[in-house]
Ligand binder design. Structure first.
Ligand SMILES: Cc1ncc(COP(=O)(O)O)c(C=O)c1O
Length: 536
């Protein structure tokens, strides 16, 4: 066990260790640069989860994602506990697994009582294989395939419906399984609005509302038998009540028209967004759904963007969503859930100052509770979907440093054995990271260098300006806060195998992602027979 502090706090890698004020459980992970358990040991080397990073790389190779279980669990508990503290109604945190979806992460998240937001058949498959209850899975996506929808419906997940085309596909799926022939289960006291145009055939309504859409391509009816067996297996494992044949449980994704300050590519709540129904479509979609017996619309969803440091947009979003609730009530829609999305930012550099998890939950909870009280509406079950702020700060990436290229008077490039294939965020969003040299944690920070990845792109720069100690080839560079949208957005660009990931906890390290091999890289390749002569 090492010290958490050194005397020269400003001048060495110790500066990035989390502040020791408050207990570990009180420190909001999203406000830290290094995982909560990070320390410097007596060898002056970085330790995470009680494991020496130098030893980890020796054992598991480089580059290496190192995920700290304590930090991830602490973030889950802080979200959960804060909702219990501030929200007077029921709540459920869903982990936005696009941040990092794999078996071990899903299992940890589920063991903390969180549900999971998934955006593809692949993420759904992984979550089910990890043993997550489908009743806690919510399927997102702006272009879900028919197969993905079918898979999710059969598994018993909730579908977050994004657009007219998807509504139509879901109704068709329900029709095929006989749901449409059931009697409509109209809610008690359905309002006048819900009864308007009751005679209009549903298909006509769809034609009207989706006239701008290009004609729907013929859907493949290919069934994936493997998926069905997984679904059945998972349902048995979890003793899930079988999917009700009477309705498909849906939420509607709406675009609230709320602006926030973040990168254009991760801003999703403004009017000009590819996601969700526009507010001008609200009446039409509520009316249609209130007349469609096969769809049980239990909730409304919005997500305004990611890496947000302001609290006001989420405060405003809460109030706006409660207005939608009261409008839905006019159509007799028994909305029970409001899903306010994710978006809380994390600290990537010392200049970043995100609100704590506690502060974010307080604002969101109070905004919705106050708006419901003002409008005399019962409190909905409050869902949220944090991704980055749950897992971003729980992970670091260790790289082995290679050669240097010194351009006198201009810059020194220091190379590492990874880059844009394991962390595409710098080249995609111009994201800024900080790093330490794990085997020189107490050495003075004397050099400003550019950390260059190994890929054939000039833009493959991991860090433009990294303040580091004097280093040499073979040293270990640890880039901080790489848990979110690194592994999950990674690639095999340049046919570079994906790194391994280890989960560290109390001095134990377990592989959660095996390092890819060259054989893995060609596993899906096929060489047509007429080309095989080249191998002779
Ligand atoms: C619909 C939805 N929910 C939740 C999230 C998670 O956002 P974040 O990782 O910023 O918390 C995203 C990501 O952008 C999203 O698109």
């Amino acid at each position: 066990m090492g010290s958490t502090h050194a005397t020269a706090v400003q001048a060495t890698g110790h500066r990035y260790l989390s502040e020791a004020d408050g207990t570990l459980a009180q420190r909001s992970p999203n406000q830290q640069l290094l995982p909560l358990t990070a320390t410097v040991n007596q060898k002056e080397q970085l330790e995470i989860g009680g494991c020496d990073v130098v030893d980890l790389v020796q054992q598991f190779g480089s580059p290496l994602y190192i995920l700290d279980e304590t930090t991830l669990r602490s973030a889950c508990r802080q979200y959960r506990d804060a909702f219990a503290r501030y929200y007077p109604g029921e709540s459920q945190v869903l982990y936005a697994s696009k941040a990092w979806n794999c078996l071990a992460v899903c299992a940890i998240i589920a063991s903390e009582g969180l549900g999971i937001d998934i955006v593809s058949g692949g993420e759904l498959y992984t979550a089910l294989q990890a043993g997550v209850s489908p009743t806690k899975l919510y399927l997102h996506g702006n272009n879900k395939s028919r197969e993905e929808l079918q898979f999710a419906v059969e598994a018993g997940c909730t579908i977050v419906v994004d657009n007219w085309h998807e509504l139509k596909t879901l109704v068709a799926i329900a029709e095929e399984s006989g749901v449409r022939r059931q009697e409509p289960e109209r809610a008690e006291g359905a309002g006048e609005a819900g009864r308007a145009n009751e005679q209009e055939p549903l298909d006509l309504a769809f034609e009207t509302y989706s006239s701008k859409l290009s004609s729907v391509a013929a859907q493949s009816t290919t069934q994936n038998s493997k998926l069905s067996s997984i679904t059945a297996q998972s349902a048995t494992q979890n003793s899930i009540p079988p999917y009700s044949p009477h309705s498909i449980r849906i939420l509607l994704r709406l675009t609230p028209g709320i602006e926030c300050h973040t990168h254009d590519y991760i801003r999703t709540g403004s009017i000009d967004s590819k996601f969700g129904f526009g507010l001008d479509q609200l009446d039409d979609v509520f009316q249609l759904i209130s007349r469609e017996p096969s769809l049980a619309c239990v909730g409304l969803h919005a997500h305004i963007g990611s890496q947000i440091f302001e609290l006001e947009p989420h405060h405003d979003l809460g109030a706006v969503m409660v207005q939608w609730l009261s409008k839905a009530a006019q159509y007799g829609l028994p909305i029970q859930e409001l899903d306010i999305g994710g978006g809380l930012g994390i600290r990537y550099t010392e200049a970043d100052d995100p609100p704590s998890i506690d502060a974010w939950v307080k604002v969101v909870s109070e905004s919705i509770a106050a708006a419901c009280q003002a409008q005399n509406l019962p409190l909905p079950r409050l869902l949220s979907e944090p991704g980055r702020s749950l897992i971003g700060s729980a992970c670091v990436t260790a790289y082995t440093m290679g050669g240097q290229k010194v351009i006198p008077g201009l810059r020194t490039y220091v190379t590492v054995d990874g880059g844009m294939s394991d962390n595409p965020r710098p080249i995609t969003y111009q994201s800024v990271y900080r790093a330490v040299v794990a085997n020189r944690m107490s050495a003075p920070l004397t050099e400003t260098v550019t950390i260059a990845g190994k890929h054939c792109e000039s833009g493959d720069i991991v860090i433009q300006e990294a303040l580091l100690p004097a280093s040499q080839p073979g040293d270990l560079l640890v880039v901080m806060a790489t848990g979110a949208y690194n592994y999950s957005m990674g690639s095999n660009y340049n046919r570079i195998p994906r790194p391994a990931a280890v989960l560290v906890h109390d001095g134990e390290a377990n592989i959660i992602l095996q390092r890819e091999t060259y054989q893995d890289l060609i596993r899906q390749d096929r060489l047509p027979e007429r080309l095989q002569t080249l191998q002779a």
